[in-house]
Design a protein around this ligand. Sequence first.
Ligand code: SAM
Length: 539
Amino acid sequence: MNFYKQAALALDHLDAKQGSVKGSVAAAGVAQGNESKRILALVIESLKYKPTILDLLSSVKLLNLEKKVFPAKVPSGAPTSQNLVLVLLQDLLFSKEGKVQASDKWPPKAAILRHGTRLKAELVKLQIKRGLSSKEELERSGGDVATQIPRYVRCNTNILSITKFISNMTKANPPWTLLSTPTYPVPARSFFQDPHLSPDLFALPASTKFDKNLDYANGGIILQDKASCFPAKVLMHDWKDGEGQVIDGTAAPGNKTTYISALMHNKGEVHAFERSHVRFKTLEKMLERAGCNNVKAQRADFMESKPKDYENVTRILLDPSCSGSGIVNRLDYLLEGAEPEDDDVKAERLEKLAAFQLVMIRHAMKFPNAKRIVYSTCSIHTEEDEEVVMKALESPEARDFGWKIAPRSQVLPAWERRGRSEVTGGDKDIAEAVICCVPGEDRTNGFFVSCFVRDVPEYQPTEVVGRGKKRARQMDVQEEEAEPKRTKVEDNVEDMQTRTETIEVDTSRTAFANETSDQTTSKAKPKKKKKAKKAGLGA
Ligand SMILES: C[S@@+](CC[C@H](N)C(=O)[O-])C[C@H]1O[C@@H](n2cnc3c(N)ncnc32)[C@H](O)[C@@H]1O
């Protein structure tokens, strides 16, 4: 199928369902690789000029004039005529080449060209009417919320020291200025250490591009939203090398796993689980790129892991699939005007997600030597946030194994926005103990972080075998008694977002349903460290 038809199908998908721009390209069945990047670019450009093109179509009634080529009813599997016209006109009127890149014999191209002169004349009229000096100014402008969020850059200390990163920036040509105090919006060519996640997280102007940055290419820096750094930071609170091992139960694409790895100084062992086949590959790539020597990745379902096989694990991160309602996609403004999701559908979806999130936490609570579990979402819905935490605290696992909520003092106490006490049944301590982020307002995406803790005797590798086994046996009994029947929810839920910004075109909505269940294990093969060269950010 040609590339215009695929782009038009992605637009049809966006019109039919709410979803992300990138996700719709994947959902339209577009193969990965350069072709998908080209189609994504066309979809984005078409959305930018959609209002203008629709205005043009109200003057030049192309769909009526060329009914045979652009019928109102199209055969199944074909894109709608309106969206096909949209992508064709985008290329004809706004692309650098100024032409439709298809054979002249292709009927849709021929039909468009029959009206080319008139369309161009109407476009000039529209531009003059709006008092604009170029047709490019007809593009929709960016969303306010997204522009309030700085471009966050995490220095990946597995590869690049913080001192070296700063020096690469300040010696770049033209140089960047390191500010000593946070300033918003971040001034051009300036950067500073984030006040909550210093020393390794930096804030840069929102529009900063990284395609030509060598530290980025070498894995020395990772583009990661500030809020998405919180879970690893909270998990590794007071970590001492040699304490034990760590599990990341829901790891791909690997932003948090790579941060955990760095916070462990690339020592010890992190077990990273990822169930999706496609996303597991992304995870492997990211671990390799980030030079993680201490991560053992498994293509496996965390729910099928046996707690007694992980006696050395003391900390677990769970950042499971969620609605992604907190994500402020830099492309979201392009979807303004889309039909909102039906309330009942939304409630049902949230209920299913929350049920899945809860069983994941309850499973994590069974690990014999675990003493710290971080649960996070990039959702702003209480159903997936505080409500899940309350249910987890009331669960038999929490009661039997002594899990409670970690106090604020251990959960980034300096972060001001805490939980919603109306959801915690008025329990202010629980509300204070968790973190919320409001998209844009907090200069982050929307996010939620909670942490469960319990006292377990200090883990001793030599002694623990007996004690751990005993505890594991007790837990097996609990598992049979307490675990709710696992629904198929997780298998059907799409991962509603991808929080990696390191892969510019990603498969953010991987459907789990079609995956096979074979499991693979791989120890990340760290690539040889390349010398970081001067940062020449292209912003
Ligand atoms: C929100 S994403 C995780 C993002 C990741 N923590 C990061 O920061 O890059 C959730 C991931 O969990 C995976 N997942 C969901 N259920 C799982 C399960 N039961 N076992 C393993 N992985 C699972 C999904 O495929 C998805 O890749």
